[in-house]
Design a binder for this molecule. Structure first.
Ligand code: ZN
Length: 416
């Protein structure tokens, strides 16, 4: 699927970047030895693009991409679009729309929001409906490897060998599994937590012909397959494949609501396919609430990037506002958060417009240091404020505002 336009990434010379140290949900984040980074980020289900929770998630991986590329590393970044899934079909029925049309509209909106926010695009932006033969082959391989069983034409993945690795208690896992698309109560399952690989067609739903019957794939297998195929190559889904390292990809990313079951299941399925652990690091962005409440579809309080943009909010102020909190923290959005960001950005722009500014190097070093410390954007932005205040307090200084602007653009994605 067409990605969105690439964003200009200024080169930054002479700034020493400390090793990026990220707190992972699982695995380690020592990337210093690696020259090639393979990053997979779970994309949206295109039925409610793009709310601020989405924006905060994709901003997180954009900051990681920017930092690693500024260190001179080669980054391969792949993102999917779950363009066939229950919530999409449900909304299409509710709105009396063709599900394909709804998905196409929402993907368009997503692309324009990502472009406005200056999120670096993935090299491959892959729709699930474009990779059905790959999903079909992967399920065949899982069958050959002994990981599947059937109930009334539905194919399940046998999770038993991976259960010792659950990221939460079994009781909690069962509860979350039911909330996030799982069917723990289905009669005939070997384990209540086994996820669906392939669903036999239900009347009125879209389906695809396959060796596993007419139907559609389960959620988790889509991401295992897209990540492996586009970050490693077609050979990964054959019996000849042998992994070269101790994990298949470097980073698996997404919102913290994907830790379980989605990332746990996709990783288990990737390992069952290849015999090798899936990702070196699992990194998750926190959730965004509104005015003290959880932001959710069911509460009807989602704040959409496109609506903010339409009302005239500068996308760089949205980006700045999201960076006022640390990526991994759950945070609240409010008009005040946006107003504060707007005031701060105005001061920084005023300083950048000056011919003579305060020396930028110590400030840039501090920004890099804060980013390397688990992407501490709140502290990095405070350094920018400080530099702006020092600059605006005098008419003396050095001719370095261009260097400041370019580096802030490269590392923080703020074109000010
Ligand atoms: Zn995914």
């Amino acid at each position: 699927m067409r990605s969105w336009p690439n964003t200009y990434l200024p080169a930054i010379d002479g700034l020493k970047l400390p090793a990026l140290n990220l707190k992972t949900s699982r695995g380690n984040s020592n990337f210093e030895e690696l020259s090639d980074i393979r990053m997979y980020v779970c994309g949206i289900t295109p039925y409610d693009a793009t709310h601020l929770g989405h924006a905060a998630t994709y901003l997180t991986f954009d900051l990681i991409s920017r930092y690693l590329q500024a260190q001179g590393k080669h980054l391969s970044f792949v993102e999917n679009i779950t363009d066939i899934d229950d919530p999409l079909l449900e909304r299409a029925i509710r709105e009396k729309m063709d599900w394909r049309e709804l998905a196409a509209d929402q993907v368009d909106l997503y692309r324009s929001d990502m472009t406005a926010l200056r999120i670096l695009p993935p090299k491959d932006f892959v729709a699930v409906t474009d990779v059905m033969p790959l999903v079909e082959n992967a399920i065949t391989r899982l069958q050959e490897n002994g990981y599947t069983y059937q109930i009334d034409g539905d194919i399940y993945f046998d999770i038993s060998t991976f259960l010792s690795d659950l990221p939460t208690s079994r009781e909690k896992a069962l509860e979350i599994f039911a909330e996030r698309g799982g069917d723990p109560l289905r009669i005939g399952k070997r384990d209540a937590l086994d996820p669906l690989l392939w669903m036999a067609n239900k009347e009125g739903e879209p389906g695809w012909e396959s060796a596993h019957g007419f139907g559609r794939p389960g959620w988790h297998i889509e991401c295992s397959v897209i990540a492996l195929r586009y970050l490693i190559g077609p050979e990964v889904l054959t019996s000849k494949f042998r992994a070269s390292g101790s994990s298949l990809i470097t980073i698996q990313g997404g919102g913290s609501d994907l830790i379980f079951p989605h990332h746990f299941m996709s990783a288990a399925q990737a390992k069952a396919l290849t015999g090798t652990p899936f990702a070196q690091s699992f990194i998750h962005a926190g959730m965004v609430g509104l005015d003290g409440e959880k932001m959710s579809k069911s509460k009807g309080n989602l704040v959409f990037v496109s609506k903010l943009l339409l009302s005239g909010v500068d996308p760089m102020i949205i980006r700045f506002a999201l960076m006022q909190s640390r990526y991994s923290d759950d945070r609240m959005w409010s008009d005040d958060v946006l107003a504060t960001a707007s005031t701060r950005v105005a001061r920084i722009r005023q300083a950048l417009a000056r011919e003579l500014v305060q020396p930028v190097e110590p400030h840039l070093e501090a920004i890099a240091r804060h980013l390397s410390n688990d992407l501490d954007t709140p502290e990095a932005l405070k350094v920018l404020d400080l530099w702006a205040e020092e600059t605006l307090a005098t008419y003396e200084g050095v001719n370095e505002s261009g260097l400041m602007a370019r580096t802030v653009d490269a590392l923080l994605g703020l074109a000010l």
